[in-house]
Write a protein that binds this ligand. Sequence first.
Ligand SMILES: NC(=O)c1ccc[n+]([C@@H]2O[C@H](COP(=O)([O-])OP(=O)(O)OC[C@H]3O[C@@H](n4cnc5c(N)ncnc54)[C@H](OP(=O)(O)O)[C@@H]3O)[C@@H](O)[C@H]2O)c1
Length: 261
Amino acid sequence: MATYLITGVSRGIGYGLLSNLSSNPDNTVIGLARNQVATKEKVARELGARSNVHILQADMSDYNSILRAAQETEKITGGRLDYIIANAGVASPAEGFANIGELAKDPKVFNEAFAYTMSTNVIGNVYLFTSLMPLVLKGKAKKIIAISSASADIELQRKYDLELSPTYSASKAALNAIVAKFSAQYAKDGVLAMSICPGMVATQALECETDEQRQKFEGFLQNLKRYAPHFTGPKTIESAAKDLLAVIEKSSVENGDGGSL
Ligand SMILES: NC(=O)c1ccc[n+]([C@@H]2O[C@H](COP(=O)([O-])OP(=O)(O)OC[C@H]3O[C@@H](n4cnc5c(N)ncnc54)[C@H](OP(=O)(O)O)[C@@H]3O)[C@@H](O)[C@H]2O)c1
């Protein structure tokens, strides 16, 4: 019997993880969502009545809501937690298909994009891990996982000219550094803190609205194919969830995975 807390379960990969994990009635799955009511309704509609699922409200850019969710989690689990999967994440709407030169032309636009991605993708997770650490230390598995991105891999950006989403990439690189700090501090207590890239997954995050965006995204895919010629396209949410859970299960402090991407 294991207890999981996943952020960003309203849709996409977070919802896929919630759906997969809660199909085992022995698991207790706590899902955090900005819109608790709509997410509860979606879970009831699509997954039916699963008494092992608990949907709590939290906005990753709102410290107090994260703290409240941690307190409610403590009550649900009896004060312990095995896994945190910090999945909620954003790219700034201003930059999804812009490069650094385009985005930084206007300091107001750049500052807002940077603050937006850092707040949700980095700072929110610092508070999430900190407020839940007492529960994780009492848990059995002791794994805190951040869903990061290959966009944070500097070698990949550099070698394959991956121009798009600059503050998203920077925020995920900062997230990896923060996860390494949690590992540095807590590995001696048996806590695995690790970042994982899910690969490219067909979610709302990849949707293009205009022909120009589609063209830029196609150029990005062509550059990625230089790195991975076998790449045929994004994977499904279901297979991404399965792959992520397999990596989470096999990774450990003992194997030297702490703090890695
Ligand atoms: N899809 C990919 O190819 C890919 C590749 C690499 C990494 N990733 C990473 O994988 C994770 C999930 O991505 P996805 O593709 O599933 O994205 P998605 O479909 O856009 O879903 C994002 C999730 O994050 C939630 N979220 C956003 N801002 C939030 C906030 N301030 N507070 C709480 N929840 C918030 C969203 O909730 P709302 O419904 O309330 O907006 C939603 O549940 C992200 O960290 C992303 O960076 C994805």
